[in-house]
Write a protein that binds this ligand. Sequence first.
Ligand code: NAD
Length: 484
Amino acid sequence: MPKDGNMIQNETALALKSHLTRIRNAFKANPAPTANERIDRLKRLHNAILDYKDRLIAAVDQDFNGRAEAETLIAEILPILEGIHYNQKNLRSWMRQSKRSAPLMLFGSDIKVHYQPLGVVGIVVPWNFPIFLGISPLAGAFAAGNRAMIKGSEFAPRTGEVIQAMLAEYFSEDEVVFVNGDVDVATEFTKLPFDHLVFTGSTQVGKIVMKAAAENLTPVTLELGGKSPAIIHDSFPIEEAANRIAFGKGLNAGQVCVSPDYILVPRAKLDAFASAFAKEISSSYPTYVMNSDYTSIITERQRDRLLDNIRDAKDKGAEIVEINKGQETFDTGRKLPMTLIKNVTEDMRVMQEEIFGPLLPLIPYDTLDEAIAFVNDRDRPLALYYFDWDKARAEKVIRETHSGGVCINEVMTHTMVDDMPFGGVGPSGMGHYHGHEGFLNFSKAKGIVRKGKFNATSMIAAPWGNRMYDLYMKFQFKRFRKHK
Ligand code: NAD
């Protein structure tokens, strides 16, 4: 008898549960891995990545139907190695209990915070950086002494298979398990009672995942998307801005969570920016279709979504500038030319949804305050980019806007810094990982009071109103008298 959908779903759920039970039991048997044990896991992860580097690059290339080796090296492999190294170097000091101060009532007590591994961390991965977005949270989870289960993206299945084989070779099934599968698998995965769940993906699915996690009160880190703006100040050389933005926007053909989504350009400089940007893109990518430096769109569905959005903008009056299209035809395959969109209006889909591809709306503005207000009138983005040599104005933009992270005179590279947190705000996400913040995210900060032989509280204990109690209250309310 053929299996029906429910039976398959039940089997998936059971298989996932049995992985979690096994890994959790292993964690229970060793709930406090030493620094050396954690470093050993990180070293194995480092070696695994080096051994599988070429296979990973080839798999991503296949999944995308064309992605440059350099992009996978720059945006996935090297940042993973950097992150592992940074965790390895710092975890001993992060693991140390931190000494805190005692309130008066606990005078003489020892107050400490103990950073304890949570247990088993679930990690859900999107397709756009299918290696980095699985392995980087794993490195953070390992550094904090956890074990993990990872769910790869159904749109990067070959990469998923390679990562699965890599982790199975370098780790026991008690340490980490990688599962591949579609949305049904993802749904069952996110229902598991993990000790923490890291979800990287769209804001829309993030809401579903958070609901599923809420059933178990599993804490979540949501690494979501959004529309990350770039603002170019009138005083900033427009060619320089175009050069710096083109480098980032070209990467992965714009399929990056922190890709500049639209550019706010001083009104008088809009055309100058458009031609400088076109020049930069044309020089980086003299052709598209047969050019292995230029990444394809991951699926036909995504390509059609982008084409629909261009059509929608055009129908509503936008000017579409396909950069350097030349004689190339884009009918087959999944490449799309870098496309500027001018004369955009609010009702166009390109101004309502995250773009996540090689389209770039240009929006003119007159004053910096107007540009800031434009950003603040919209959902809080994952990143904000501001181009201006003037530091005071840049500080104003930092102070007056909300975003997950900021780059000044630069785009996207804040994701590569391990010595600071990465994460969104509001609709672009919650929680942080990378570096020390990642360690904290994957640890329970457990507060501990250790009382010594001296017991201050016994001196003020009931029967209330005794002399020491009165003195204590008098003293405290003298300390806490009203402010003038
Ligand atoms: P997606 O939300 O469609 O899928 C992400 C993952 O969620 C996949 O593994 C998928 O199987 C799983 N999933 C899908 N439906 C689910 C459900 N109903 N329940 C549970 N899990 C489900 O995202 P995507 O298309 O793979 O990735 C693109 C999005 O990810 C963009 O919005 C981008 O901005 C965002 N992103 C964010 C970051 C970041 O660090 N903040 C990084 C990369 C991508």
